[in-house]
Design a protein around this ligand. Sequence first.
Ligand code: ZN
Ligand code: ZN
Length: 140
Amino acid sequence: MQNLISKIASDHPELEIELGERFQFTPPNHLYYSDEPYEYPELLLLHELGHYLIGETDYSTDIELLEIEAKAWAKARELCEHYKIEYDEDFAEDRLDSYRDFLHQASLCKTCQLSGYQDDRGNYHCPLCGASWKRKNIKF
Ligand SMILES: [Zn+2]
Ligand SMILES: [Zn+2]
């Protein structure tokens, strides 16, 4: 892990890579990693580096968020070749699935349990009872 961190640091001297509570990219240039026992810490770090490199951090709908997540994983796969780390497709898919599940839950009307629809500001509306609720914010 330290090895990978030093390689990333020399490839991207503009990045601040620091120990944090979780793996996270915070624009414009902070990359946090965790020393908790994660299953694939290198992949998680490369995924966050992927977020930095694709440079898209704004989204208004959950679909856009999922697209950004998928792009960051595609980038992580390219980075794996560069850093000679084995990419694990199943792990990446699991992570994306947990986003999908979370977003599905967030889309359900608390009263009717129906899927709401999102307006272009990301707020949800129930097609049956007309309730509105805000999207939950996810950190990358
Ligand atoms: Zn409802
Ligand atoms: Zn991500």
